[in-house]
Write a new protein. Structure first.
Length: 402
């Protein structure tokens, strides 16, 4: 039977680590609940590797947002959970979504709660969502939780769209730059070399270098193509290796200008997710744990584990976060005010709203910063090539004049 390693929280808010041998994941969660624990994280050590497991789920964010919104509306109208799932699966036009909803309905019909039914379908729903649903079931506010989840995923979709839009221009300009350079090295410079009869000894150093690079492009392009593909594939696998990804994510936060923009985007996601979890009635330690698991930065996630340890020892959230040096100072200040005034949940909501706006501004700044930088890089590359090409031509005309 599978051997599950877990991290859970007891009724006093203390984080406990342990392991259980169960037939399946559903039986595991039942066993943990029988122990009076709330599961935070679970994995099978024998299947674990040094590579990061994918955090993607079968259902995309747009599916999750629509599911939560429709579920909340129908639940508020007085429909039973089983009726809602049945209606949603009958209306679904997507084969994958429909299949998952059918499984969800069947599990619910067997007597499982919605959160248990969601967990019984491997990799269908995010762990964050499963825990939120469980909190909603226990507090009797599942409709409110579903509405919050819908808003959360809508904002995630918008933020990811803005990030994609911000990256689109530099990607297009980079493609244009590479295309121009390849055309110059494979078409223009070889013809220039033919004009001089292949004699490189009398040419300037810059021109000789361009000629040699051109020869490399023309004669060894299969090897260069293989090298590029190898670097791309190697980089992709390296980013799945936890120690490498940890340093990569750390570097992203320390870069000039870009680091500050990344920090703002992370602050928006952190504040919004933490606000939603804490206001739903989850303890602050568990809320931070789940929030860390939703962030796309391994470095920050690992640092938040230290924050959880500090809070468990009685330290204030704002003080512990300030030690990280990751989030903007304003976020720390707002958290401090919330703790001192006893209205941390309200201050978390205001902070989330503020940084959602700030993340939009950060994306616009990134786009406006990228455009001139890429244009300058393209201009410098083309200028160097043109100067290298024109030098021998200018010398040839001078010799003809003499």
């Amino acid at each position: 039977m599978p051997h599950y390693k877990y991290k859970a929280m007891n009724q006093k808010g203390k984080v406990i680590r342990g392991d259980l041998t169960c037939a399946n994941l559903h039986e595991f969660h039942n066993s943990v609940n029988d122990l009076g624990l709330f599961c935070i994280d679970v994995k099978e050590p024998e299947h674990e590797s040094d590579f990061l497991k994918s955090t993607k789920t079968i259902l995309k964010q747009k599916h999750l947002s629509l599911f939560c919104k429709q579920f909340s509306s129908m639940l508020s109208s007085g429909l039973q959970i089983s009726q809602i799932i049945n209606i949603l699966q009958e209306q679904s036009q997507n084969g994958v979504v429909k299949d998952i909803l059918v499984q969800l309905y069947q599990s619910n019909q067997k007597g499982m709660d919605l959160s248990e039914a969601m967990r019984s379908i491997p990799n269908a729903f995010p762990t964050f969502m499963e825990n939120m649903v469980e909190a909603g079931e226990k507090s009797g506010s599942l409709d409110v939780v579903m509405e919050k989840l819908s808003e959360h995923y809508e904002k995630e979709i918008k933020l990811n769209g803005k990030i994609t839009q911000a990256l689109m221009y530099p990607m297009v300009l980079s493609f244009v730059t590479v295309t121009i350079v390849i055309l110059i090295f494979t078409l223009v410079i070889p013809r220039l070399l033919g004009m001089f009869g292949g004699d490189l000894s009398t040419m300037p150093f810059a021109t000789r270098l361009m000629m040699q690079l051109s020869s490399l492009f023309v004669n060894y392009w299969p090897m260069l193509l293989f090298l590029v593909v190898a670097v791309v594939i190697g980089g992709t696998f390296a980013l799945r290796y936890k120690p490498f990804r940890f340093q990569y994510d750390r570097l992203k936060l320390s870069l000039p200008v870009i680091g500050a923009l990344n920090s703002t985007v992370l602050a928006a996601k952190f504040a919004r997710t933490l606000s939603m979890l804490f206001s739903s009635g989850l303890p602050i330690v568990q809320s931070i744990e789940l929030t860390g698991s939703t962030l796309s930065n391994i470095y920050v996630t690992e640092m938040l584990n230290g924050v959880i340890g500090d809070i468990s020892k009685g330290e204030l959230l704002s003080v512990s976060l300030d030690k990280l040096g990751v989030f903007p100072h304003l976020l720390i200040t707002m958290f401090t005010v919330g703790e001192e005034s006893g209205s941390l949940d309200e201050m978390l909501l205001k902070t989330a709203e503020y940084y959602d706006t700030e993340s939009d501004s950060a994306m616009q700044k990134l786009v406006s910063l990228t455009e001139p930088v890429m244009i300058i890089i393209l201009g410098v590359i083309v200028a160097i090539i043109i100067i290298s090409v024109m030098q021998p031509i200018y010398g040839l005309y001078n010799n003809m004049g003499k």
